[in-house]
Write a protein that binds this ligand. Structure first.
Ligand SMILES: C[S@@+](CC[C@H](N)C(=O)[O-])C[C@H]1O[C@@H](n2cnc3c(N)ncnc32)[C@H](O)[C@@H]1O
Length: 268
């Protein structure tokens, strides 16, 4: 699997929520605001995870229907248990081979997923195949190469200082295409027209060091997956190194930020 890591552990919904879901939930409404979608559309979401974007599609856009697809049964279970809405159907599935009939969806979206799909161009083609003519296809990913997920960058900076072999696991090395130019280029190659991009930023304030550290010990996602696989003494060294290096406010909180790039285009 190109660019994949054995640490891409996407199963436990509760752990994902604590590590990433709480921040991805801040990006989803801003993405929808930018899309300005009409009411009454048939939506498709690829890689819905625990439902951060699904929930916002349902609350903010008045959809006719929403099909939300993800390969992780654990994440879908979490999404189903927290979102009870007759308009949404959560389905197990893979972005490279969607089992959605062709030409049936008005808008297809995906949040923080495309970099984890080995053949991204194929995934974008699948999204277009499922869509009706002139449908909007839109997605967002973190600005990994620009260090846009500051809590993740801080983790890997400390981890690679102690263990240089971890360098190849870092998202900026694995996903160098996650720049505005790289993403627009991918969208064009996949055949989308009217391609537009934007930046979405949000604060991620951790209450204290434990609030920052605890999610990395839960194992959901690449950096937590790496963290839980360390021996106890190595993990303790990493914890200490991080604690020394993070910016801390007077009240003990750790004020960081995240930045995503959003892309939208049209099926020709
Ligand atoms: C960072 S999470 C994003 C989840 C959610 N969209 C959010 O914003 O919180 C990445 C998601 O991509 C999913 N994923 C990984 N490989 C995939 C594939 N081939 N097709 C579709 N989704 C995939 C994972 O199961 C996981 O739910």
């Amino acid at each position: 699997m190109a660019g994949a890591s054995r640490h891409d552990a996407w199963q436990a919904g509760d752990s994902y929520e604590i590590y990433m879901g709480r921040w991805s939930r801040q990006i989803a409404p801003r993405f929808i605001e930018w899309l300005e979608p009409d009411d009454d559309l048939d939506w498709l979401e690829v890689g819905c995870g625990t439902g951060a974007l699904s929930a916002r599609i349902l609350s903010d856009t008045n959809p006719k229907s929403l099909i939300s697809v993800d390969p992780s049964e654990g994440f879908l279970e979490k999404a189903r248990s927290t979102i009870a809405d007759p308009r949404v159907e959560f389905q197990i599935g893979d972005g490279e081979a969607l089992s959605i009939p062709s030409g049936t969806r008005d808008i297809v979206v995906s949040g923080l997923v495309l970099n984890f799909i080995p053949d991204r161009e194929k995934a974008l083609q699948e999204m277009q195949r499922a869509a009706r003519s002139k449908a909007t296809i839109a997605f967002y990913v973190w600005d990994y190469p620009g260090g846009g997920v500051e809590f993740m960058r801080a983790f890997w900076t400390a981890a690679t200082a102690l263990d240089p072999s971890a360098r190849d696991l870092t998202e900026d090395r694995r996903f160098p295409f996650c720049t505005l130019e790289g993403l627009a280029d991918l969208a064009h190659r996949a055949g989308l027209s009217h391609v537009e991009t934007t930046k979405i930023e949000a604060p991620t304030r951790f209450q204290n060091f434990d609030d920052f550290w605890h999610p990395f010990t839960l194992g959901a996602g690449p950096a937590p997956g790496y963290c839980v696989n360390l021996k106890t003494a190595e993990r303790e060294k990493l914890r200490e190194k991080l604690q020394e290096s993070l910016p801390t406010a007077e009240d003990g909180s750790i004020p960081l930020r995240v930045r995503a790039w959003a892309i939208r285009g049209r099926k020709q």
